[in-house]
Each structure stands twice: as C-alpha cells, then as structure tokens.
Design a protein around this ligand. Structure first.
Ligand code: CA
Length: 440
C-alpha cells in the first residue's frame, strides 16, 4: 500500500539527479527523498535551511534568492529564512509539496538553469555542521511498541508485564527539550540516584546501566489551537516528517525513580536526533496499514479508531554498536537490532489524536517520539535492556568483548530506510552518539 493521494512524479524511480552522488543506489538521499535540515557552514556564517541531495546540502534561501523556486507560495519562500525549520513546518502540506516539486526540478537532470550555477549553492556534507532541525517547544515520548512494553514490563514486573491501560491509551511522558542534541554528539554518562538489588539504601554515582533506545520521532507541522481536538483521520495534516531518535536511558536510575510518575532524570540527560527530516511527502510510497491487533485485543475507543488511510510507515530500523577497541582494530560496528516501524501498536496519527484529545495544543516543531521500536523477533529488540534481558545475557562483540550495558567509548549508530518494489530506496540518515566518561 502507498498513500496514493500523495504520490506524484517526484516519486518516479526513473528520475535521476545531475548531482552524481544522489544516483548511487546506496545513498539515503536520492532525488526522491530531499529531506530538510538546519545547518551551518563550518567556515562560518549563520545557520540555513538545507535540503540533502546525495552527499551535498543545498542552501534553500540561496536558490530562492536567485528566483529559481517559481510556483512556490510566498509563505513557503519566506519560511526558508528560518529560524530552524519551524516556519516551514507551520506551512500547509499542499504548499510544502510545491517546494518539493521545485527542488526536484532544480536538482533533476533537466534543471531550469545550468547546473554550474546551482552548484554555487551546494555544500559538501562534510563542510556543514547539522544542528537540531527544529526549535522544539515540547517533546513527548510515547511507548507505542507493545513488544517493547511487554518485554520491559516482564523485567520490571514479572507477574504483571503489560498494565491494563496499555491497549486502550497511547502511553507517553513529557521529555526534556534542553538536552536534545543533533547527531553526532558525545553523551556524558549521567550521575544519579540508584538503589541496586540487595543494597540497604540508595547511593549516588555514575550510572552503571546506560542504554540506548531505537526510536523514530515525528515533527509536528501546522499546530492546533488550544482547546481544539485533532480527529484521528485528519491527524497527519499536522505532521511534517520523521527523524531518528535515540532516547538515551539510565536503567538503574530509572528503576529506582520511575514509580509513581514515570521516567525523569533517567532520560532527561540527553536525547539524540538525526538532523535530516524526511518529509511525509517523501514517505508516501512507503505507507502500510496500521499494525493489525491480534484477535481478542480490545478495539480502540472511537476517537482513536484509525480512518481508511494507511497509518503505518514501512521503515526498517537498525542499531549498531562499536566499542573503542573495535574501532582501533578496524572492526565494523556490530548490528544489535533490526526492527520495523510498522510494528508499532499505535500509529503516529493515533498519538496526535490522543495528545490533543484533551484540548492540548501541539505547535510546529514539537517532537513526538515513538518509544523504543521493537518487534516480535529476537533481532527486533530496540534497546540493550531487552537484548541482554536486563544484563543477564550479555552480547558478545566481534572484538570478543561483552556488553550488558554501554561502556565509555561505545558508539551507537541508528539508521532507518524504506524500500519498496517500484520505488527508489530512501533513508533517514543516521543518529550517532558516543558515550563519554562521567564528569568527576
Ligand atoms: Ca523512550
């Protein structure tokens, strides 16, 4: 299934770019993707709104100022000044599609002006420092994978893994915005209060059970007014695009603090995001039906009943881990997880509908993360807590080292991509972070 309403000639797999690297079959950023980001030339100058094409980044205000974005509505052209992608996110989906079409024409093999002139506005990816794409006003992290919820629930509460509300309410908590960082970033091991099993009382020190969580974030497009509810079948009109999210988690801090109000300092020390936002328009060929609830599961309440449009995204997600020793030995990062976004129990549309169901307003640039994306298979365990059964079954790395949780110097790389017969493969880029020692 695709989202037929959104398919147009920008998804035509036969189209190629005059930017050669965009035609490499392995690139995440062919002409059919055109993800957007906010970055700064390393040589200096203010941050800009950029589009990724192959191994380059196009300065959108630059090409606008040349007058090459004909047919793009004025509010979109104005939004290309930023700051961040927020003004662009506030634009209506139809208007954003006009920008996508204009960029596809400019970077396609028959551009309206000679490529040499456009090339002035293209920067090599390594010459750009990518920043967090939006000024995120609010960040909500959901818990939308029932496979993750069940496995983790069993570790924390063996007799009672899935709480009775799970299949009725998309569970979430409010995350911290100030510690959202763009990939690649160093992640300082957090200190915290823990109460290890068998200890007589809590202690304070560096976390010994640091973990990653493989997640996908949805960035909100146009917001909704305070007091107004977004119906589930119109929820995606408020969605801008997807990025990768690593919700770094200190399991020992989490275990001691999470009841009764949920995670707090176990999560708020850092969240990494991938810098390129893949738009809903680019994802149109890769839509799939929402996860089919197994027989016997309750139907969602009417306000969460999905409409006829495909609610799922067929994105394959992977997490890889490399230790410092592995990098010194020239070993490739080891894949820890492969999972599918389509296996989420709740769709992003349901998360938006639920989030606004009490009249809460979402704003352009708000971040809604999926929660750890796990699946039914052994390999689809989206964090070390699941993959090592809470540290009881360590992973063996290609270097011979073992891992229960993350050690200093470990690097986690999340990737995501979409493949479908008859369409060009696109990817979400990567979300990379390396653990740095706790500060004394
Ligand atoms: Ca999470």
């Amino acid at each position: 299934m695709t989202d037929a309403n959104l398919l147009d000639d920008t998804h035509d797999p036969a189209r190629t770019s005059w930017v050669e690297s965009a035609n490499d079959p392995s690139t995440d950023f062919p002409l059919q993707n055109l993800p957007l980001g906010w970055g700064q030339a390393r040589r200096g100058g203010p941050p800009r709104v950029l589009a990724a094409i192959g191994d380059r980044a196009l300065d959108l205000a630059g090409v606008r100022d040349e007058g090459w974005l004909a047919g793009v509505p004025p509010e979109v052209l104005e939004a290309l000044d930023g700051p961040w992608l927020n003004p662009l996110m506030a634009c209506l989906p139809d208007d954003r599609r006009a920008l996508r079409r204009a960029l596809a024409d400019l970077l396609g093999t028959r551009p309206p002006v000679p490529p040499q002139r456009i090339e002035v506005h293209l920067l090599p990816a390594e010459a750009v420092e990518m920043l967090v794409p939006a000024s995120v006003g609010d960040y909500t992290d959901f818990y939308a994978s029932v496979f993750h919820a069940e496995r983790v629930g069993r570790l924390f509460r063996p007799d009672n893994p899935l709480l009775p509300n799970y299949k009725h309410v998309p569970i979430g908590y409010h995350g911290r915005v100030s510690s959202i960082v763009a990939s690649p970033a160093g992640i300082v091991r957090p200190f915290g209060q823990t109460c290890p099993e068998g200890a007589s009382g809590p202690r304070f020190g560096p976390s010994a059970r640091l973990d990653f969580e493989l997640e996908v974030g949805l960035l909100i497009g146009p917001g909704n007014v305070l007091g107004g509810r977004v119906p589930v079948d119109r929820a995606e009109e408020h969605a801008f695009g997807l990025c990768l999210v690593n919700d770094w988690s200190a399991r020992d801090i989490q275990q001691w603090e999470y009841q009764p109000l949920g995670p707090f300092l176990a999560k708020s020390f850092a969240t990494s995001v991938s810098p390129w936002v893949v738009t809903l328009e680019a994802l149109a060929p890769f839509r799939v039906p929402a996860f089919a609830r197994p027989p016997g599961d309750p139907a969602p309440l009417p306000y969460l009943q999905p409409g006829p449009a495909p609610g799922g995204f067929d994105v394959t997600l992977e997490a890889r881990l490399s230790s410092q020793a592995m990098r010194e030995q020239g070993l490739e990062p080891a894949r820890v997880t492969r999972s599918r976004l389509a296996n989420l129990y709740w769709t992003f549309a349901q998360m938006i509908a639920h989030h606004t169901s009490n009249g809460c307003n979402l704003r352009p640039g708000d971040l809604l993360a999926s929660g750890t994306v796990s699946g039914p298979d052994e390999e689809a365990r989206g964090c070390l807590l699941e993959a090592t059964l809470g540290g009881r079954k360590p992973l063996r790395l290609p270097s011979g080292q073992v891992r229960r949780f993350l050690e200093d110097g470990d690097e986690v790389v999340l990737t995501g991509y979409c493949e479908r017969e008859g369409f060009r493969r696109i990817g979400l880029g990567e979300c990379r972070g390396r653990i740095q020692p706790a500060r004394p």
